[in-house]
Design a protein around this ligand. Structure first.
Ligand code: DAH
Length: 315
């Protein structure tokens, strides 16, 4: 008989002892009853201790110090993948790299100088309000476009003008705008900026560069179209469109606005310490999210930031 059964049997016998009370004299009964109650309480406590111990033993102990092993693999390698925008940003950067551009990453927190002053926005000019800019309480600016990186790109690679006769940089990055969100507008999205400077840079080179990028990205010939635009940091400024290709759902009639471009304004070059009498430059910048949406037929930009696993798993 195990210890537990033994104790339970004793408890049982004790029950029978109670019956003896009637056979005792009145003055003996109280002491006898108290003695039995004490024995009973002691037995119950022992039984409970044994039962608790048995219960604990039945639960497998967890070793909190153990590394993830064969038996614990909550994260299998297959369950994590790159976000589709990360994959596409890598592709975009790679295309430009092969065209000879340096690639640097944009900041996610910037300031008034890089957002406006260095880009030739006149002080107090209404154009400063045109970018739905967020601001922190301290006055920092989550960049509303990747153009905030132009000054850094130009100054960081300025020595290349002496060495190679040109500056060629692209800057993919995350940007933020205080906008109402819908299927085609996000407060958080991605852009890619480009700057090129040389003694004889032309608008023709500008258009050829961007056209070539789009054709490589989509793997097909594309028609492009421009129309006059306005940006304080380029003169002249253009809005750049590509013809929606038939293979991507176009019906021969649609044009897609892909961003802005132009010849870098002499003031922007001057601020970056480059002599606009000697050098000329072109710059361009456009959204990445739309590019990817068109490529994969995604009809709602909000999916990208949603963390929806069923969407992300398609990539
Ligand atoms: N930063 C502009 C925007 O987000 C786009 C742009 C226009 C970039 C002209 C450029 C440029 O580099 O030259 O609307």
């Amino acid at each position: 008989m195990g210890k537990l059964e033994e104790l339970k049997a004793k408890l049982n016998n004790l029950g029978r002892e109670y019956a003896k009370i009637k056979t005792l004299r009145q003055e003996e009964r109280k002491a006898f009853g108290e003695q039995i109650n004490r024995q009973k309480a002691a037995l119950l406590a022992q039984i409970k201790a044994l039962e608790d111990a048995a219960e604990d033993a039945a639960v497998e102990p967890i070793d909190l110090t153990a590394p993830f092993g064969e038996n614990t693999t909550p994260f299998t390698p297959a369950s994590g993948t790159k976000h589709p925008l990360t994959t596409e940003l890598d592709r975009v950067a790679e295309i430009y790299r092969q065209m000879g551009f340096n690639v640097i990453e944009a900041r996610q927190l910037d300031d008034e100088f890089h957002m406006f002053d260095s880009l030739n926005f006149p002080k107090e000019h209404p154009a400063r309000d045109g970018y739905d800019t967020f601001r922190t309480e301290e006055g920092f600016i989550p960049p509303a476009h990747t153009s905030t990186m132009q000054y850094r790109a130009l100054t960081r690679f300025r020595d290349d003008l002496e060495k190679y006769g040109q500056i060629a940089v692209v800057v993919p990055g995350r940007v933020f705008r205080n906008e109402d969100v819908d299927a085609t507008h996000e407060h958080t999205f991605y852009q890619c900026e480009g700057v090129f400077v040389s003694k004889d840079a032309t608008l023709g080179q500008m258009l050829a560069t961007w056209k070539n990028f789009f054709e490589t990205y989509y793997g097909q010939k594309l028609n492009i179209k421009t129309q006059p635009g306005f940006f304080p940091f380029t003169e002249p400024s253009l809005e750049f469109q590509i013809e929606k290709p038939a293979s991507l759902g176009g019906k021969g009639d649609g044009w897609l606005e892909m961003g802005g471009c132009g010849m870098i304004h002499p003031n922007v070059l001057k601020t970056a310490g480059i002599d606009p009498e000697v050098y000329k430059g072109f710059a361009w910048g456009g959204g990445i999210d739309r590019l990817v949406m068109l490529k994969y037929g995604i009809n709602d930009v909000r999916y990208f930031e949603s963390g929806k696993l069923d969407f992300l798993k398609e990539f």
